[in-house]
Design a protein around this ligand. Structure first.
Ligand code: 5GP
Length: 192
């Protein structure tokens, strides 16, 4: 999506050859107008899919997913990072290694809010190695929910997560795919 690519070029900061900062418009200060345009695009791209729920993971996916859910007119559920997982059958649980913090989190979704009648669009701000997405897919599988697609704001195409999921048949719709980024010059190139 041209608008998002331009915004990344203009306001994004390449922190290292692995990490892009977009905290002035996407995941700290948030430009809701931009989020609405992104949500509109996903709504258009997935208009043939019977999506009845949007799923994300806290924290930075929540704002994006909330705007997307409003555009689809469906509820949004976010997976919670939890200190102690009580496996008493009331939650679906998995573990996710955080790309940005390097640590492993237990992540849960209540069985009340995801089930076999759900057709899910999973949304997140970034795709890197795909760990967060693998965890959310595992939770959907445990719930018997059908994953209709995956909407990512910024995919780093030089990291393997997105393409691996496409190879497995998932519909991954990334609005900006970064081909390369240079922390010295700040130059960012996008996949056409
Ligand atoms: P993955 O699980 O695909 O390796 O990484 C995705 C998660 O890590 C996202 O939920 C996102 O919050 C975080 N992340 C990955 N790469 C970046 C990045 O370059 N910048 C920021 N701000 N977050 C990232």
């Amino acid at each position: 999506m041209r608008l998002l690519e331009d915004r990344i070029r203009h306001d994004g900061t390449v922190k290292s050859d692995q990490v892009l900062k977009v905290d002035s418009f996407l995941n700290h200060q948030i430009d809701l107008g931009l989020l609405r345009t992104m949500a509109h695009q996903w709504c258009e791209d997935f208009k043939d899919a019977p999506i009845n729920k949007v799923l994300t993971i806290e924290a930075s996916g929540i704002a994006i997913a909330a705007v997307v859910a409003e555009e689809f007119g469906v509820p949004v559920v976010f997976a919670k990072k939890s200190q102690s997982v009580n496996l008493d059958g009331t939650v679906y649980a998995t573990q996710i290694t955080s790309f940005t913090h390097g640590r492993v989190y237990d992540v849960i979704v209540s069985t009340k809010f995801l089930g076999k009648d759900d057709h899910v669009l999973i949304v997140d701000d970034f795709m890197a190695n795909g760990c967060a997405m693998e965890g959310l897919l595992e939770i959907c599988q445990a719930a018997g929910a059908k994953v209709e697609g995956i909407g990512i704001a910024v995919e780093k195409g030089f990291q393997p997560g997105g393409d691996r999921l496409r190879e497995r048949g998932y519909r991954v719709d990334s609005l900006a795919i970064i081909e390369s980024m240079d922390p010295v010059t700040g130059q960012i190139t996008f996949r056409p």
